[in-house]
Write a protein of this length. Structure first.
Ligand SMILES: [Zn+2]
Length: 267
């Protein structure tokens, strides 16, 4: 059974969520989803924007990253944030990187004193952790990453470096939910070809063509097919567009918005 849900946390005025599925390892693994409060950026004000946007300043982003690091007790940890390109590339975070591993959509983490971060506004975080080897990965998946196999590539990399599939713990989402995610006929057809009639992933619209897509269900299906036991899977279980007061939403805010983050640190 997939474990639903997340827990809200608040410290030093900053709000964030943790996934219930990672709760047993909370003393050695810090893995969180940030929210928009409480920072120094616009969108529209006092936002905790963590991504580089042309509407925001470098000083704001640095201050926001410092605030969340401090609230999480990760002072002194260096931020490593991907330049995401809607692909399936994976880079390993190292202390030699100056903030970015370059163009990729997933960061593999196996050392301390680093924060691996994926920046989001409706796209889904995919998180993997191997408690036996104490290493993990944060990934970014919108519809393109879901179709091109980000989840499968992430499991493949963990296995390549020595993980056993049955040891992996994974979380999917939250991102934009089926309540808010209608796609046109072209994208709907791509999903039908990849996922067929798998339960609950694609709901055809009867009127204008196109479909409603459940990206959490789609990526959970890929993790299951990749050999992760169902009881090791967690999901966000809510929609970031519906909760745009708490999370940045590209679709709801028509592109003019910031970025929250899925962050992982090994402690
Ligand atoms: Zn929604």
């Amino acid at each position: 059974m997939t474990q639903d849900g997340m827990q809200p946390h608040r410290h030093e005025g900053i709000n964030w969520y943790t996934w219930n599925i990672f709760e047993p390892w909370k003393d050695r693994l810090s893995v969180v989803l940030t929210t928009r409060s409480e920072g120094v950026s616009p969108f529209p004000k006092n936002s905790l924007n963590l991504g580089r946007r042309i509407e925001d300043s470098e000083a704001n982003i640095r201050e926001n990253r410092q605030r969340i690091s401090s609230a999480l007790g990760l002072d002194g940890y260096s931020w490593i944030a991907a330049n995401q390109v809607h692909g399936t590339g994976i880079r390993r975070a190292t202390a030699l990187m100056s903030e970015s591993p370059g163009a990729c959509d997933a960061i593999f983490l196996n050392s301390t004193e680093l924060i691996a971060a994926i920046l989001l506004a409706d796209c889904l975080p995919l998180i993997l952790y191997d408690p036996v080897r104490h290493e993990g990965m944060v990934c970014h998946a919108g519809w393109r990453g879901t179709i091109s196999g980000m989840a499968q590539a992430a499991v493949g990399r963990m296995v390549d470096v020595g993980s056993r599939r049955e040891d992996l713990i994974a979380a999917v989402g939250p991102g934009i939910g089926p309540c808010c995610y209608e796609v046109g006929e072209e994208v709907a057809e791509i999903f039908r070809k990849k996922f067929g009639a798998d339960d609950g992933i694609i709901t055809d619209r009867t009127d204008a063509g196109g479909a409603v897509i459940d990206l959490e269900a789609a990526n959970l299906a890929v993790f299951r097919q990749s050999g992760i036991p169902s009881e090791h899977l967690g999901r966000g279980g809510f929609c970031t567009a519906c909760r745009s007061a708490e999370f940045f939403s590209h679709r709801k805010e028509r592109g003019l918005t910031g970025r929250h983050a899925a962050m992982m640190a090994l402690v």
